[in-house]
Design a protein around this ligand. Structure first.
Ligand code: 4AD
Ligand code: MG
Length: 469
């Protein structure tokens, strides 16, 4: 169990070390002189360990014939200096054990490059490719960095529920929860559980419930009791949009801070994005260089530029002025009071400002009920962080902490105050100015890797068209 994995062997292990590694064969080449090169990968890094196997290995002739791409093997032997310039060391095998063979005729991952569309159909094998291995490691490092960022600043990690009764964003994009149990408590057969069955419960034990679209409202409860906190978990949106930026199930990290107004919220969001980018660059150097070489030749320069510059803060009204003063045919017309569309976000971040921007003070008519209403009566203290190549990666706001204003807003949004009695209580007892935001983990991964489709930065994408695994 303590055997060093390939990442460690390649980086640190001294020449002459005895090694014992297990992994999956990427390729095998046989030389005419009675030995073979096996490129072995164990997922610990992108690089393969080159293993030289020759006739001195017991059973060489019979075993090596079965060592195909995709097979799993265990090798023991010694680390030697590598004659090739590519790597510091290679391994010379003393024993070779085939653990699980792989038929080269039917193994779906051939040596050639496969399209991402094809790889999406084999979500169970795509992590064996360089690209998806790198994405998995970057995703892991990003999650570590997110926790580290908040833990170092004393934020409390709070688990908010997946099954909820409130629609935080008020957009009606909820997947409702139903049970297939009849009223007699028996698991329904397809027929028994069908919608026509009088016993079918269209609800969560007698109540209407759904999968959460955001942990914010519950995070507010903890923030106004215990101080800065964050929730980090899966969220669900039943929006039927087949874009390269939307998933039906995605991961969101949501910090929430008491005694905090919009300006500090923006600063935290900027520090957060920069710190996590820095961490990933440091921890995943090899993988990030791969993305820069194979996926997007500008990604390292883009990230460096993001780290070097302050995010530009632009009010929604200014953003609209920029967009209306440029001579361009938009698919969606720009008008104060309308949402910014992807084409507008792209223009602002990629052509006009050419860097991440934080758009703030949006019209209240296009934002959810919980945002703090400005004195102008027209805008709310909302903020969206937009980045080149991706668009919106963060949405956040200062929350309305004045009971009377919140009640008026809820009436405006047709929300029943009875359903939100607990949320209103937070404004009744010890209310404080507080703020927070939500970062879409997969949108952040698009920014980090230069990948173009959000379906490729989550292991098992759920979209209107796919949920195969
Ligand atoms: O802007 P949103 O809807 O904000 C909220 O949910 C707030 N309650 C967050 C808060 O203040 N605590 O979503 C936040 C972020 C977006 O900026 C985007 O990055 C991501 O979540 N997101 C999605 N990612 C992938 N697929 C989808 N369908 C997404 N919808 C939102
Ligand atoms: Mg948003």
């Amino acid at each position: 169990a303590d055997r060093p994995r390939i990442a460690t062997l390649l980086a640190d292990a001294p020449v002459g070390s005895a090694v014992d590694v297990s992994g999956w064969v990427r390729t095998r080449r046989d030389s005419k002189n009675g030995f073979s090169f096996v490129e072995l990968n164990d997922g610990s890094c992108m690089s393969n360990l080159q293993v030289v196997v020759d006739a001195s290995v017991p059973g060489y002739e019979e075993t090596i014939r079965e060592v195909h791409t995709g097979a799993s093997v265990r090798v023991t032997g010694e680390l030697k200096e590598s004659p090739g310039a590519k790597q510091r060391v290679e391994m010379h095998a003393a024993t070779l054990e085939l653990i699980g063979g792989a038929d080269s005729e039917t193994y779906p991952l051939q040596k050639k490059r496969h399209s991402f569309e094809f790889l999406r159909e084999i979500a169970h094998l795509r992590p064996r490719t360089n690209t998806f291995g790198a994405i998995a490691r970057v995703r892991n490092a990003l999650c570590w960095s997110i926790h580290n960022f908040f833990q170092q600043r004393g934020f409390l990690y709070v688990h908010t529920p997946i099954i909820t009764t409130s629609d935080c964003e008020g957009a009606g994009e909820m997947f409702t929860v139903t049970t297939l149990l009849g009223h007699d408590g028996e698991a329904g057969s397809a027929e028994k559980g069908s919608q026509d069955d009088p016993d079918f419960e269209h609800d969560f034990f007698g109540k209407r419930a759904a999968l959460t679209v955001s942990g914010q409202l519950e995070a507010e409860i903890y923030a106004t009791s215990l101080g800065p906190c964050y929730t980090f978990g899966p969220t669900f949106r039943a929006e039927n949009s087949n874009t390269t930026r939307h998933l039906a199930e995605f991961w969101m990290v949501e910090p929430e801070m008491p005694f905090c107004e919009l300006t500090d919220n923006m600063q935290l969001a900027e520090d957060f994005i920069k710190t996590t980018i820095g961490d990933v660059l440091e921890r995943c150097r090899e993988d990030m260089e791969f993305f820069n070489l194979r996926i997007d030749k500008t990604i390292l320069a883009t990230l460096d530029h993001i780290l070097q510059n302050e995010f530009r803060r632009v009010s929604y009204t200014e953003a609209v002025e920029v967009l209306t003063s440029v001579d361009r045919e938009w698919d969606y017309p720009v008008e104060w009071g309308h949402n910014l569309q992807a084409e507008h976000e792209r223009y602002l971040t990629e052509e006009h400002f050419r860097q991440p921007i934080i758009v703030y003070d949006y019209p209240r008519s296009i934002k959810p009920f919980y945002m703090y209403c400005n004195e102008d009566g027209k805008t709310v203290r909302a903020m969206d962080v937009l980045v080149p190549g991706v668009g919106e990666i963060i949405g956040g706001s200062q929350r309305e902490d004045r009971l009377d204003v919140l009640e008026t807003r809820m009436a405006e949004c047709d929300l029943d105050p009875e359903e939100y009695w607990w949320y209103l209580d937070l404004r009744r007892f010890g209310s404080v100015p507080h703020s927070g935001f939500g970062l879409g983990l997969e949108r952040m991964l698009l920014l980090l890797t230069g990948m173009q489709n959000i379906r490729d930065v989550i292991p098992f994408p759920r979209t209107p068209r796919s949920a195969d695994f």
